[in-house]
Write a protein that binds this ligand. Structure first.
Ligand code: ZN
Length: 394
Protein backbone atom coordinates (compact mmCIF):
# COMPACT_ATOMS: atom_id res chain seq x y z
CA UNK A 1 0.00 0.00 0.00
CA UNK A 2 1.49 3.37 -0.90
CA UNK A 3 1.61 6.38 1.39
CA UNK A 4 -1.22 8.23 -0.42
CA UNK A 5 -3.56 5.26 0.02
CA UNK A 6 -2.72 5.06 3.73
CA UNK A 7 -3.28 8.81 4.13
CA UNK A 8 -6.61 8.73 2.35
CA UNK A 9 -7.73 5.75 4.48
CA UNK A 10 -6.79 7.65 7.66
CA UNK A 11 -8.68 10.75 6.42
CA UNK A 12 -11.70 8.63 5.67
CA UNK A 13 -11.58 7.02 9.13
CA UNK A 14 -11.38 10.45 10.80
CA UNK A 15 -14.26 11.79 8.70
CA UNK A 16 -16.30 8.70 9.60
CA UNK A 17 -15.57 9.14 13.33
CA UNK A 18 -16.65 12.81 13.14
CA UNK A 19 -19.86 11.92 11.29
CA UNK A 20 -20.59 9.17 13.81
CA UNK A 21 -20.09 11.59 16.67
CA UNK A 22 -22.54 14.01 15.01
CA UNK A 23 -25.15 11.22 15.09
CA UNK A 24 -24.58 9.98 18.63
CA UNK A 25 -23.74 13.23 20.47
CA UNK A 26 -25.76 16.39 20.82
CA UNK A 27 -25.73 18.07 17.40
CA UNK A 28 -27.80 20.92 15.96
CA UNK A 29 -27.66 19.70 12.36
CA UNK A 30 -30.58 17.26 12.71
CA UNK A 31 -34.21 18.10 12.00
CA UNK A 32 -37.21 17.03 14.10
CA UNK A 33 -38.18 13.36 13.58
CA UNK A 34 -41.92 14.07 13.59
CA UNK A 35 -43.21 13.44 10.04
CA UNK A 36 -43.50 16.69 8.09
CA UNK A 37 -41.89 18.94 10.72
CA UNK A 38 -39.05 21.17 9.50
CA UNK A 39 -37.85 22.57 12.82
CA UNK A 40 -34.49 21.68 14.37
CA UNK A 41 -34.36 18.89 16.95
CA UNK A 42 -33.37 19.26 20.57
CA UNK A 43 -31.57 16.52 22.54
CA UNK A 44 -34.64 14.43 23.46
CA UNK A 45 -34.69 11.68 26.09
CA UNK A 46 -35.86 8.13 25.38
CA UNK A 47 -36.51 7.66 29.11
CA UNK A 48 -37.88 10.44 31.28
CA UNK A 49 -35.21 12.48 32.99
CA UNK A 50 -37.57 13.99 35.51
CA UNK A 51 -39.26 10.91 36.95
CA UNK A 52 -37.09 7.96 35.95
CA UNK A 53 -33.43 8.93 35.57
CA UNK A 54 -33.74 11.30 38.54
CA UNK A 55 -35.15 8.41 40.63
CA UNK A 56 -31.93 6.37 40.27
CA UNK A 57 -29.24 9.07 39.81
CA UNK A 58 -26.79 10.24 42.46
CA UNK A 59 -25.75 13.90 42.29
CA UNK A 60 -27.24 14.08 38.81
CA UNK A 61 -25.12 11.23 37.46
CA UNK A 62 -25.43 7.57 36.51
CA UNK A 63 -22.92 4.81 35.78
CA UNK A 64 -22.74 3.30 32.33
CA UNK A 65 -20.44 1.55 29.86
CA UNK A 66 -18.49 3.71 27.46
CA UNK A 67 -16.37 2.93 24.49
CA UNK A 68 -13.00 4.65 24.81
CA UNK A 69 -10.44 4.86 22.04
CA UNK A 70 -6.83 4.31 23.00
CA UNK A 71 -4.80 4.98 19.86
CA UNK A 72 -6.33 2.50 17.42
CA UNK A 73 -7.96 0.16 19.91
CA UNK A 74 -11.49 0.64 21.17
CA UNK A 75 -11.97 -0.50 24.76
CA UNK A 76 -15.07 -0.64 26.91
CA UNK A 77 -14.88 0.92 30.36
CA UNK A 78 -17.31 1.85 33.10
CA UNK A 79 -17.87 5.58 33.27
CA UNK A 80 -20.19 8.28 34.53
CA UNK A 81 -22.87 10.13 32.54
CA UNK A 82 -25.08 13.09 33.40
CA UNK A 83 -28.87 12.60 33.51
CA UNK A 84 -29.00 15.26 30.77
CA UNK A 85 -27.19 12.90 28.38
CA UNK A 86 -28.36 9.41 29.45
CA UNK A 87 -30.71 7.91 26.78
CA UNK A 88 -30.69 11.28 24.94
CA UNK A 89 -30.71 11.48 21.14
CA UNK A 90 -31.11 14.10 18.40
CA UNK A 91 -34.87 13.61 18.27
CA UNK A 92 -37.72 16.10 18.19
CA UNK A 93 -38.18 19.86 18.13
CA UNK A 94 -39.33 21.43 21.38
CA UNK A 95 -42.99 21.47 20.31
CA UNK A 96 -43.08 17.78 19.33
CA UNK A 97 -41.00 16.69 22.33
CA UNK A 98 -43.85 18.07 24.44
CA UNK A 99 -45.98 15.17 23.12
CA UNK A 100 -44.21 13.02 25.77
CA UNK A 101 -45.07 15.33 28.65
CA UNK A 102 -47.37 12.77 30.26
CA UNK A 103 -44.44 10.28 30.47
CA UNK A 104 -42.39 12.91 32.29
CA UNK A 105 -45.07 13.66 34.86
CA UNK A 106 -46.79 10.35 35.70
CA UNK A 107 -46.03 6.66 35.76
CA UNK A 108 -47.25 4.59 32.81
CA UNK A 109 -50.59 3.03 33.68
CA UNK A 110 -52.69 3.13 30.49
CA UNK A 111 -52.40 1.79 26.95
CA UNK A 112 -51.86 5.18 25.32
CA UNK A 113 -48.90 6.00 27.59
CA UNK A 114 -47.42 2.56 26.95
CA UNK A 115 -47.58 3.12 23.17
CA UNK A 116 -46.17 6.60 23.63
CA UNK A 117 -43.20 5.11 25.51
CA UNK A 118 -42.85 2.38 22.86
CA UNK A 119 -42.73 5.08 20.17
CA UNK A 120 -40.18 7.13 22.12
CA UNK A 121 -37.97 4.11 22.86
CA UNK A 122 -38.12 2.70 19.35
CA UNK A 123 -37.57 5.95 17.46
CA UNK A 124 -34.54 6.87 19.56
CA UNK A 125 -32.86 3.61 18.57
CA UNK A 126 -34.11 3.57 14.96
CA UNK A 127 -33.10 7.17 14.26
CA UNK A 128 -29.51 6.53 15.33
CA UNK A 129 -29.28 3.14 13.60
CA UNK A 130 -30.87 4.50 10.43
CA UNK A 131 -28.49 7.50 10.35
CA UNK A 132 -25.52 5.18 10.86
CA UNK A 133 -26.73 2.89 8.02
CA UNK A 134 -27.16 5.95 5.76
CA UNK A 135 -23.64 7.10 6.68
CA UNK A 136 -22.21 3.66 5.87
CA UNK A 137 -24.11 3.72 2.57
CA UNK A 138 -22.55 7.09 1.67
CA UNK A 139 -19.08 5.95 2.71
CA UNK A 140 -19.30 2.75 0.68
CA UNK A 141 -20.65 4.65 -2.31
CA UNK A 142 -17.74 7.08 -2.26
CA UNK A 143 -15.11 4.34 -2.19
CA UNK A 144 -13.17 3.89 -5.37
CA UNK A 145 -13.75 0.21 -6.16
CA UNK A 146 -10.63 -0.05 -8.38
CA UNK A 147 -8.25 1.15 -5.68
CA UNK A 148 -10.04 -0.98 -3.11
CA UNK A 149 -9.48 -4.03 -5.30
CA UNK A 150 -5.80 -3.09 -5.53
CA UNK A 151 -5.63 -2.92 -1.75
CA UNK A 152 -7.10 -6.40 -1.34
CA UNK A 153 -4.99 -8.06 -4.06
CA UNK A 154 -1.97 -8.27 -1.73
CA UNK A 155 -3.97 -10.42 0.66
CA UNK A 156 -6.13 -12.25 -1.91
CA UNK A 157 -4.08 -12.69 -5.12
CA UNK A 158 -7.00 -14.52 -6.82
CA UNK A 159 -8.72 -11.13 -7.06
CA UNK A 160 -6.51 -10.39 -10.04
CA UNK A 161 -8.66 -12.74 -12.12
CA UNK A 162 -11.38 -10.87 -14.02
CA UNK A 163 -14.26 -13.18 -13.02
CA UNK A 164 -13.43 -12.81 -9.31
CA UNK A 165 -13.07 -9.08 -9.75
CA UNK A 166 -16.57 -8.97 -11.23
CA UNK A 167 -17.94 -11.08 -8.36
CA UNK A 168 -16.28 -8.82 -5.81
CA UNK A 169 -17.90 -5.76 -7.39
CA UNK A 170 -21.35 -7.39 -7.43
CA UNK A 171 -21.02 -8.35 -3.75
CA UNK A 172 -19.80 -4.90 -2.88
CA UNK A 173 -22.69 -3.16 -4.62
CA UNK A 174 -25.13 -5.50 -2.86
CA UNK A 175 -23.65 -4.42 0.46
CA UNK A 176 -23.97 -0.73 -0.49
CA UNK A 177 -27.66 -1.21 -1.35
CA UNK A 178 -28.33 -3.26 1.80
CA UNK A 179 -27.26 -0.30 3.95
CA UNK A 180 -29.60 2.03 2.07
CA UNK A 181 -32.48 -0.42 2.46
CA UNK A 182 -31.74 -0.87 6.17
CA UNK A 183 -31.73 2.92 6.69
CA UNK A 184 -35.26 3.25 5.31
CA UNK A 185 -36.68 -0.01 6.76
CA UNK A 186 -35.66 1.00 10.27
CA UNK A 187 -38.00 3.99 10.21
CA UNK A 188 -41.07 1.88 9.40
CA UNK A 189 -41.80 0.69 12.95
CA UNK A 190 -41.78 4.20 14.50
CA UNK A 191 -44.21 5.21 11.71
CA UNK A 192 -46.54 2.29 12.54
CA UNK A 193 -46.47 3.11 16.26
CA UNK A 194 -47.23 6.78 15.66
CA UNK A 195 -50.23 5.88 13.49
CA UNK A 196 -51.65 3.65 16.24
CA UNK A 197 -50.97 6.23 18.93
CA UNK A 198 -53.37 8.70 17.42
CA UNK A 199 -56.21 6.16 17.60
CA UNK A 200 -55.60 4.87 21.13
CA UNK A 201 -57.50 5.85 24.23
CA UNK A 202 -56.37 5.98 27.81
CA UNK A 203 -57.52 2.45 28.74
CA UNK A 204 -56.09 1.39 32.12
CA UNK A 205 -53.54 -1.45 32.04
CA UNK A 206 -53.01 -4.43 34.32
CA UNK A 207 -49.57 -4.98 35.82
CA UNK A 208 -48.71 -7.51 33.14
CA UNK A 209 -50.02 -7.93 29.63
CA UNK A 210 -49.18 -7.99 25.95
CA UNK A 211 -50.47 -5.19 23.77
CA UNK A 212 -50.56 -5.12 20.00
CA UNK A 213 -52.87 -4.45 17.08
CA UNK A 214 -53.44 -6.45 13.94
CA UNK A 215 -51.49 -4.09 11.71
CA UNK A 216 -48.52 -3.70 14.03
CA UNK A 217 -45.46 -5.86 13.17
CA UNK A 218 -44.50 -6.20 16.86
CA UNK A 219 -45.99 -7.30 20.19
CA UNK A 220 -45.51 -5.08 23.22
CA UNK A 221 -45.19 -7.24 26.35
CA UNK A 222 -44.70 -5.32 29.60
CA UNK A 223 -44.59 -5.87 33.33
CA UNK A 224 -44.79 -3.45 36.18
CA UNK A 225 -42.61 -4.70 39.08
CA UNK A 226 -43.42 -3.66 42.62
CA UNK A 227 -39.76 -2.90 43.40
CA UNK A 228 -37.23 -0.52 41.88
CA UNK A 229 -34.44 -1.97 39.76
CA UNK A 230 -31.76 0.74 40.00
CA UNK A 231 -31.20 0.90 36.24
CA UNK A 232 -32.65 2.58 33.17
CA UNK A 233 -32.20 0.85 29.84
CA UNK A 234 -33.19 1.51 26.25
CA UNK A 235 -31.83 -0.66 23.49
CA UNK A 236 -32.20 -2.41 20.15
CA UNK A 237 -30.97 -5.99 19.79
CA UNK A 238 -30.92 -7.65 16.38
CA UNK A 239 -31.12 -11.35 15.71
CA UNK A 240 -30.45 -12.99 12.36
CA UNK A 241 -32.58 -16.07 11.72
CA UNK A 242 -33.16 -17.79 8.37
CA UNK A 243 -31.29 -14.94 6.65
CA UNK A 244 -33.71 -12.37 8.06
CA UNK A 245 -32.81 -9.72 10.57
CA UNK A 246 -35.30 -9.23 13.38
CA UNK A 247 -35.07 -6.18 15.62
CA UNK A 248 -36.06 -6.44 19.29
CA UNK A 249 -36.39 -3.38 21.50
CA UNK A 250 -36.34 -3.28 25.28
CA UNK A 251 -36.84 -0.53 27.83
CA UNK A 252 -36.48 -0.57 31.60
CA UNK A 253 -38.13 2.43 33.17
CA UNK A 254 -37.44 2.91 36.87
CA UNK A 255 -39.72 4.91 39.16
CA UNK A 256 -39.37 5.82 42.83
CA UNK A 257 -40.72 2.49 44.07
CA UNK A 258 -41.45 0.40 41.02
CA UNK A 259 -40.12 -0.49 37.57
CA UNK A 260 -41.74 -0.91 34.18
CA UNK A 261 -40.02 -3.47 31.96
CA UNK A 262 -41.20 -3.58 28.35
CA UNK A 263 -40.29 -5.23 25.07
CA UNK A 264 -41.22 -4.46 21.49
CA UNK A 265 -40.88 -7.87 19.95
CA UNK A 266 -41.25 -8.89 16.26
CA UNK A 267 -44.29 -11.05 15.60
CA UNK A 268 -42.14 -12.94 13.08
CA UNK A 269 -39.93 -14.35 15.86
CA UNK A 270 -39.83 -18.12 16.31
CA UNK A 271 -42.58 -19.38 18.60
CA UNK A 272 -40.11 -20.82 21.17
CA UNK A 273 -38.43 -17.42 21.45
CA UNK A 274 -41.76 -15.61 21.88
CA UNK A 275 -42.77 -18.20 24.52
CA UNK A 276 -39.50 -17.75 26.37
CA UNK A 277 -39.79 -13.96 26.37
CA UNK A 278 -43.42 -14.02 27.49
CA UNK A 279 -42.34 -16.34 30.34
CA UNK A 280 -39.86 -13.64 31.41
CA UNK A 281 -42.66 -11.10 31.62
CA UNK A 282 -44.92 -13.45 33.59
CA UNK A 283 -43.31 -12.87 37.01
CA UNK A 284 -41.31 -10.11 38.72
CA UNK A 285 -38.17 -12.16 39.37
CA UNK A 286 -38.09 -13.62 35.84
CA UNK A 287 -38.30 -10.02 34.59
CA UNK A 288 -35.36 -9.04 36.82
CA UNK A 289 -33.35 -11.93 35.34
CA UNK A 290 -34.29 -10.76 31.84
CA UNK A 291 -33.11 -7.22 32.62
CA UNK A 292 -29.68 -8.52 33.70
CA UNK A 293 -29.40 -10.63 30.52
CA UNK A 294 -30.28 -7.67 28.31
CA UNK A 295 -27.79 -5.42 30.12
CA UNK A 296 -24.88 -7.72 29.22
CA UNK A 297 -26.01 -7.80 25.58
CA UNK A 298 -26.67 -4.13 25.00
CA UNK A 299 -24.34 -1.76 26.94
CA UNK A 300 -27.16 0.82 26.73
CA UNK A 301 -27.91 0.94 30.45
CA UNK A 302 -27.59 3.61 33.14
CA UNK A 303 -27.21 2.42 36.73
CA UNK A 304 -27.18 3.99 40.19
CA UNK A 305 -23.43 4.65 40.73
CA UNK A 306 -23.28 3.21 44.26
CA UNK A 307 -24.85 -0.06 43.05
CA UNK A 308 -22.06 -0.57 40.52
CA UNK A 309 -19.47 0.57 43.08
CA UNK A 310 -20.56 -2.06 45.58
CA UNK A 311 -20.01 -4.89 43.05
CA UNK A 312 -16.78 -6.81 43.77
CA UNK A 313 -13.92 -6.00 41.40
CA UNK A 314 -13.86 -9.64 40.17
CA UNK A 315 -17.53 -9.44 39.30
CA UNK A 316 -17.10 -6.06 37.64
CA UNK A 317 -14.27 -7.44 35.47
CA UNK A 318 -16.36 -10.41 34.28
CA UNK A 319 -19.33 -8.11 33.64
CA UNK A 320 -17.19 -5.68 31.62
CA UNK A 321 -15.55 -8.42 29.55
CA UNK A 322 -18.88 -10.17 28.93
CA UNK A 323 -20.25 -6.80 27.79
CA UNK A 324 -17.33 -6.56 25.36
CA UNK A 325 -17.94 -10.02 23.88
CA UNK A 326 -21.66 -9.61 23.34
CA UNK A 327 -21.57 -12.30 20.65
CA UNK A 328 -21.32 -14.86 23.50
CA UNK A 329 -24.48 -13.71 25.28
CA UNK A 330 -28.13 -14.28 24.40
CA UNK A 331 -30.65 -11.80 25.75
CA UNK A 332 -33.30 -14.52 25.99
CA UNK A 333 -31.09 -16.84 28.08
CA UNK A 334 -30.33 -16.32 31.79
CA UNK A 335 -26.99 -14.64 32.45
CA UNK A 336 -24.79 -16.96 34.53
CA UNK A 337 -23.85 -14.21 36.99
CA UNK A 338 -26.07 -11.94 39.09
CA UNK A 339 -25.75 -8.13 39.01
CA UNK A 340 -28.29 -6.66 41.45
CA UNK A 341 -27.23 -8.59 44.54
CA UNK A 342 -28.48 -6.23 47.27
CA UNK A 343 -31.84 -6.06 45.53
CA UNK A 344 -32.03 -9.87 45.29
CA UNK A 345 -31.31 -10.16 49.02
CA UNK A 346 -33.88 -7.50 49.86
CA UNK A 347 -36.57 -9.24 47.76
CA UNK A 348 -35.80 -12.58 49.43
CA UNK A 349 -36.53 -11.03 52.84
CA UNK A 350 -39.88 -9.92 51.52
CA UNK A 351 -40.65 -13.15 49.64
CA UNK A 352 -38.85 -16.07 51.37
CA UNK A 353 -40.56 -18.56 49.01
CA UNK A 354 -38.73 -17.12 46.01
CA UNK A 355 -35.16 -17.85 47.16
CA UNK A 356 -34.40 -20.42 44.47
CA UNK A 357 -35.74 -18.22 41.71
CA UNK A 358 -33.71 -15.28 43.03
CA UNK A 359 -30.50 -17.29 42.45
CA UNK A 360 -29.11 -16.26 45.85
CA UNK A 361 -26.67 -19.19 45.74
CA UNK A 362 -25.08 -17.60 42.63
CA UNK A 363 -24.40 -14.22 44.22
CA UNK A 364 -20.89 -15.12 45.37
CA UNK A 365 -20.00 -17.21 42.35
CA UNK A 366 -17.69 -15.65 39.77
CA UNK A 367 -17.90 -17.65 36.53
CA UNK A 368 -14.67 -18.75 34.86
CA UNK A 369 -14.09 -17.39 31.37
CA UNK A 370 -11.60 -18.05 28.58
CA UNK A 371 -8.75 -15.60 28.02
CA UNK A 372 -9.43 -12.16 26.55
CA UNK A 373 -7.41 -13.01 23.41
CA UNK A 374 -9.34 -16.22 22.66
CA UNK A 375 -12.67 -14.42 23.11
CA UNK A 376 -11.52 -11.46 21.02
CA UNK A 377 -10.52 -13.66 18.09
CA UNK A 378 -13.83 -15.52 18.22
CA UNK A 379 -15.77 -12.25 18.18
CA UNK A 380 -13.90 -10.93 15.13
CA UNK A 381 -14.46 -14.23 13.27
CA UNK A 382 -18.17 -14.14 14.14
CA UNK A 383 -18.55 -10.51 13.03
CA UNK A 384 -16.93 -11.30 9.69
CA UNK A 385 -19.10 -14.36 9.06
CA UNK A 386 -22.26 -12.48 10.07
CA UNK A 387 -21.57 -9.57 7.77
CA UNK A 388 -21.27 -12.09 4.94
CA UNK A 389 -24.55 -13.73 5.99
CA UNK A 390 -26.36 -10.41 6.24
CA UNK A 391 -25.34 -9.44 2.78
CA UNK A 392 -27.18 -12.53 1.52
CA UNK A 393 -30.52 -11.17 2.71
CA UNK A 394 -32.28 -10.04 -0.43
ZN1 ZN B 1 -41.17 19.01 15.32
Amino acid sequence: MNIDTIKSMADRTNRHERALKAILKRNKKWGCLYPGCNRKSIFSHAISKSISLAAIAEEGHLSTIRSLRKEDVKMLQFGSISVHDATAFNGFCEAHDAMFLTLDTKEISDAKSLFLQAYRSVISECANESRIAALRHENFKQMDIASMLDMHVEEYPWLEEERFKALFIIEYLKMVEAEKRRASELMQLPGQLLEKLVLLEEVPLDDFSVVSTEQLSHYIPFRRLNFKIPVALNCILSVVADNTRLDFYFAVIPYKQSTLVMGIVPKLSKQWLLDRLMQSFSCDIAALNLVESIMVCSNEWYMTPSVLAEMSSEKRDVFLHDSTFINEQRFYEDYDMTLFDSLRRAISQQYPDCEAQLKLDMIDVIPQRESYQVRHKRMIDKLLSESVKLRDVD
